[in-house]
Design a protein around this ligand. Sequence first.
Ligand code: PLP
Length: 259
Amino acid sequence: MRPQVLTIAGSDSGGGAGIQADLKTFQELGVFGTSVLTAVTAQNTRGVHGVEAVSPELVTQQLDAIGSDFTIAACKTGMLFDAARIEVVADGVRRHTFNRLVVDPVMIAKGGASLLQDSAVQALKTSLLPLATVVTPNVPEAEVLTGMTIRTFEDRIKAAEQMLAYGVRAVILKGGHLDGATADDLVMTASETFLLSAPRIQTSDTHGTGCTFSAALTAELAKGHSILEATVTAKRFIQCAITHGLDIGAGHGPTNHWA
Ligand code: PLP
């Protein structure tokens, strides 16, 4: 049977990020995608033009609808909006024992729009990360989660160690926001540390890369692959999707899941 997976995230009306990117990635990687919406954004390639959150009660109802009927092999979170949504999501994940949880700590869209209230960072650290199998911050998100400035390789190691201490099983600290000819992702578990390196691709069509990467990771974990195997496949998938990014719209085009 096809593994069933869940994304708990926000809608991007432009189709490049959020729930839409997740479901397209799930389909591409051969798993059956379900979704719980936390917020709706009015968005296109130019940016976010409006945001409205889904009520905590309706988030819970969606989680219960999925948890009472599907066998969720892996699950991811994306845009969670605020502390109230984080708490009901953490509660739902615990009650329905959604194992293999990937937390993409979405905070700010590339255009600068806030997708997570500042006051919610503590809830993310104390309520959700202890339930997570993997957390997938980029460098700016890791700086917010750790309070550190991350520039050197040693900074990255220290930040990943600090995030492991929040109770997650693995940290993938993505290097796409750093300078250099390669985009290097640091993967750390309690027993192992790896650096996954790929050539940097020069393009502005990178909308939805974080969502797509974490969705690919979720799909591969759902198939039973190890964290390292799933990370390697997700990195290859996003590398290919960025290479074939689509020049759609006047702003940042989406990565291309069908490449
Ligand atoms: N919109 C939604 C609903 C998202 O979940 C995200 C990222 O996670 C974004 C927008 C931002 O995408 P990007 O920063 O890749 O443009």
